[in-house]
Design a protein around this ligand. Structure first.
Ligand code: UDP
Length: 327
């Protein structure tokens, strides 16, 4: 019989694309999501859907008892860096407590395989670029700290309970599949905001700082296609039999805010008016991943390394879903 995989946050942007790939490979997938940020319509119809909150220890306990998964992919979390610097305890409290409840349930039921969504924010404003797994950890926000706390918990659970885990430190997830894309309320991410301008839903895009020490003065980020991220989860899961691991997961190419806007103009044919704004608190100038480790160990490589292709997939989805997942 097919293996059962529990996916927390499987109704969210990245989780829903991973679910789509897992279902495509014939896995039995159970999505556990409180729909605080996720969308019911994003969950693949062949996955089981359980609406529940990880802060409710009994809810996750009974779900694991009922479906008996062999492995867990843990996406569910609050994930806004800026918000975490306004209300840090929402992150240090809820993200950590949600993980704790999930891990306790796994220990209770002897579920020994987990993939954790982690973040490049673990490295704060890094001393070296590109950022490798040996770059110094210094979380740049309460959000990043909440993920680092979970990574540290997992290291102890491996040592004491034999729980195998992979922590994947995402850089900037972007792009879409034909059916699944980025729909946050409120939207704060650059690419969907730019495409909302192209759709006529916003008047302009504000560039947060144009005096950074980069070639064009705007911040450089490593945008990685969500399908490439998803594929990395599937490979990491298969590799857990050989032991736990942590990987930095980016495309390896940096693109500036200006590059993103230019590329969106080319792809959409819309002028996309820009205004200069203040720097956003906590934004480092450059974040680019060194993904050599995952490339070498899991034979993973991005299928969408070009920003233009990433943008095109996002634009296709935005055009076919102008109101996101809303009816
Ligand atoms: N950004 C911007 N204007 C916006 C939203 C984002 O200039 O309206 C910039 C932001 O400062 C950062 C980059 O775009 O340098 C990517 O931001 P996003 O929020 O998409 O992802 P993050 O890097 O924060 O994870």
């Amino acid at each position: 019989s097919a293996k059962t995989i529990l996916v927390t946050g499987g109704a969210g942007y990245i989780g829903s694309v991973v679910v789509e790939q897992l279902v495509g490979e014939g896995a039995r997938v159970v999505v556990f999501d409180n729909l605080s940020q996720g969308h019911r319509a994003a969950v693949h119809p062949d996955a089981v859907f359980v609406e529940g909150d990880l802060l409710d220890a009994e809810a996750i306990e009974s779900t694991v008892a009922e479906y008996r998964p062999e492995s867990v992919l843990h996406f569910a979390a609050h994930s806004l860096v800026g918000e975490s610097m306004q209300v840090p305890l929402k992150y240090l409290g809820q993200n950590v407590t949600a993980g704790l409840n999930l891990f306790q349930t796994m220990v209770n039921h002897d579920v020994r395989q987990l993939i954790l969504s982690s973040t490049a924010n673990l490295f704060g404003d890094p001393e070296e670029i590109p950022i490798s797994e040996s770059t110094k950890i210094a979380p740049g926000s309460a959000y990043g700290e909440s993920k680092y706390i979970l990574e540290r918990m997992l290291a102890w659970l491996e040592q004491i309970h034999g729980l195998r885990y992979a922590a994947l430190r995402y850089f900037n997830a972007a792009g879409a599949t034909a059916e699944r894309g980025e729909d946050h309320t409120p939207e704060t991410h650059l690419i969907p905001l730019v495409l909302e301008v192209a759709l006529g839903q916003r008047d302009q895009i504000t560039v947060f700082g144009d005096d950074y020490p980069t070639e064009d003065g705007t911040c450089i980020r490593d945008y990685i296609h969500v399908s490439d991220l998803a594929q990395a989860h599937i490979r990491a899961l298969d590799a857990l039999a050989e032991g736990s691991r942590v990987y930095n997961l980016g495309n390896g190419n940096g693109f500036s805010v200006q590059d993103v806007i230019e590329t969106a103009r080319e792809v959409t044919g819309h002028p996309i008016p820009v205004v200069s704004g203040e720097r956003r608190a906590g934004d480092p100038a450059i974040l680019v991943a060194d993904s050599q480790k995952i490339r070498a160990e899991l034979d993973w490589k991005p299928q969408f390394p070009q920003l233009r292709d990433i943008m095109q997939t996002a634009w296709n989805w935005h055009q076919s879903h102008p109101n996101g997942y809303a009816e």
